[in-house]
Write a protein that binds this ligand. Structure first.
Ligand SMILES: Nc1ncnc2c1ncn2[C@@H]1O[C@H](COP(=O)(O)OP(=O)(O)OP(=O)(O)O)[C@@H](O)[C@H]1O
Ligand SMILES: [Mg+2]
Length: 492
């Protein structure tokens, strides 16, 4: 749903020469290219597609020069598959033949930057590759933008500017759906006011409430909005890898550091880094992060020298960080550094007035994405969606609507398309079975679970009562009694 293409961390080699991969089955051609290119570039070679894939899996290749005529896969076909797995390197074809119609179509699909015909002029070839790498750099400078490398540099710069404007528009605070009376309105107002200033922001809220969405809006509406917005999920990696991702590393700094790596702090220079799941980090890592924030400089693992960085930090967590501080799981000094401006996004169940608007927006987006002419929700479907308590928040609502649209056979989203587990736990016309889990009696909870299990089994067996009864060890009569009790019926 997010219109922005998420930033993919670049494994950028710090070694001075850009890496060119030559794919050619003829040793002589490989050697000729190596001779011409090795002054300016680090040249790696492969004799076929599978060797080339091995190189691409282990090296940070900047550009690929591929022969069109190879035994097995043709060059263009191969580059098409490369584009899917490794979209970053600039792709170029060398061929002794002029391009035929089908090759031209393939060139577009493979996003090939240049079709070089044999015999090539050494100086021309070096110049072409250098130009291609300049484009690659420009493209990486605006890390959030995915741009077509076939453009000339001037056109590319204009495209970067246009892309930045459209990113700013796509991430405007207006795009965060909420009702005027929602508690979210105040949060968005505060976020809009702090965006302009270089203050660290800590966003808290349950999973799926829109923390990253808000962080992006703050970045793209700040003076840093035309610089990179870089995301790191701090909960997903062990300390050493997290440090090398964030601060960079020198080749050999630890087992597995096969190459020099520029850290995300450096890649985000001038922009914003979003440190998601900050509450999951270890005390040892917290000390290191604190030092970086205090001193404004990073030291890549294994490096002797530090580097200055100018990065705004927005952190997020679904934990209550004050509690973590009290329990000494999170450093107090780091907490105050990160939470200069705290923002809390309430869960969806505390702002039910947003559900209708969100459902409509998500339906519009899904309809467009799936290309299905689904018009609207039926009243009873909407009533159920509005009365459910959405423990997975907006993301769960989004998943539910995508599921409904995918299954829809008419232009209306009817009640029967709502997942049985949601139908079972919601009471149309009122709030969900219970407002909060604490206040639900054991009986309520057992019944909700029973209804959910029934609903799931019914969906799995497409409402074949005999099979469901069989699976759950019930008689058909017993099963029917339970369906009546929970109001589970196949509508439509
Ligand atoms: N108010 C909103 N308006 C429109 N879309 C929203 C809103 N809130 C959340 N979303 C959408 O819901 C999805 C989840 O949001 P997001 O990833 O920002 O949540 P999160 O709090 O970062 O979740 P997690 O803690 O699981 O990482 C995204 O696709 C986001 O665009
Ligand atoms: Mg998130």
């Amino acid at each position: 749903m997010d219109p922005c293409i998420p930033f993919r961390p670049q494994r950028t080699a710090v070694s001075s020469l850009p890496i060119i991969l030559v794919v050619d089955d003829e040793r002589q051609s490989q050697e000729a290219l190596r001779r011409v290119l090795s002054d300016e570039f680090r040249v790696l070679t492969a004799s076929n597609a599978s060797e080339a894939e091995t190189v691409l899996s282990s090296e940070m290749v900047h550009a690929i020069l591929c022969d069109q005529r190879m035994p097995g896969t043709q060059g263009v076909e191969f580059l098409k598959s490369v584009r899917e797995r490794w979209p970053d390197p600039v792709r170029m074809i060398i061929s002794g033949y002029t391009a035929s119609e089908d090759i031209i179509a393939g060139i577009n699909e493979a996003g090939i930057y240049q079709y070089i015909t044999k015999p090539w002029e050494p100086d021309d070839l070096v110049r072409t590759i250098k130009e291609a790498l300049t484009l690659l750099e420009l493209q990486q400078a605006n890390a959030s933008a995915s741009l077509d490398l076939k453009m000339a540099p001037a056109a590319l710069e204009t495209a970067v500017a246009t892309k930045t404007t459209s990113l700013r528009r796509a991430h405007h605070f207006d795009r965060i759906v909420h009702h005027a009376k929602s508690p979210l309105a105040d949060i968005i107002d505060m976020a809009g006011r702090v965006a302009a200033f270089d203050i660290s922001v800590l966003i808290t809220g349950e999973s799926g409430t829109g923390k990253e969405l808000l962080a992006r809006a703050i970045h793209y509406n700040s003076p840093r909005g035309d610089k990179p917005f870089v995301v790191e999920n701090c909960g997903a990696l062990p300390d050493q890898l997290l440090e090398s991702e964030l601060f960079g590393c020198k080749k050999g700094a630890f087992t597995g550091a096969y190459e020099d790596r520029i850290g995300l702090f450096e890649q985000a220079n001038g922009g914003t880094i979003f440190l998601d799941e900050i509450g999951e980090t270890s005390p040892a890592f917290q000390v290191k992060l604190l030092r970086v924030l205090q001193e404004g400089e990073i030291r890549p693992l294994g490096a002797r020298l530090t580097r200055k960085v100018d990065v705004r930090v927005i952190a997020a967590t679904n934990r209550t960080l004050e509690d973590e501080v009290r329990e000494k799981h999170f450093r107090r000094d780091l907490y105050y550094r990160l939470a200069a401006f705290p923002l809390h996004i309430p869960p969806l169940r505390e702002r039910p007035m947003d559900i209708h608007l969100l459902a409509e927006r998500l339906l519009a987006e899904t309809r467009k994405g799936f290309g299905k002419p689904v018009r609207a929700f039926s009243d009873d479907a909407l009533a159920v969606l509005k009365s459910y308590d959405w423990p997975g928040n907006v993301r769960e609502l989004q998943n539910e609507i995508q599921r409904m649209v995918a299954l829809a056979e008419t232009d209306m989203l009817e009640l029967e398309l709502v997942s049985p587990r949601i139908r079972a736990r919601a009471c149309p016309g009122g709030r969900a079975i219970a407002e909060s889990h604490q206040r639900r009696t054991l009986k309520d909870q057992v019944e909700a679970l029973e209804a959910q299990i029934l609903g799931d089994a019914l969906t799995r067996h497409r409402w074949n009562i005999s099979r469901v009864a069989d699976e759950l060890g019930l008689s058909r009569v017993g099963l029917r009694a339970k369906l009546n009790r929970y109001g589970l019926e196949r509508t439509g």
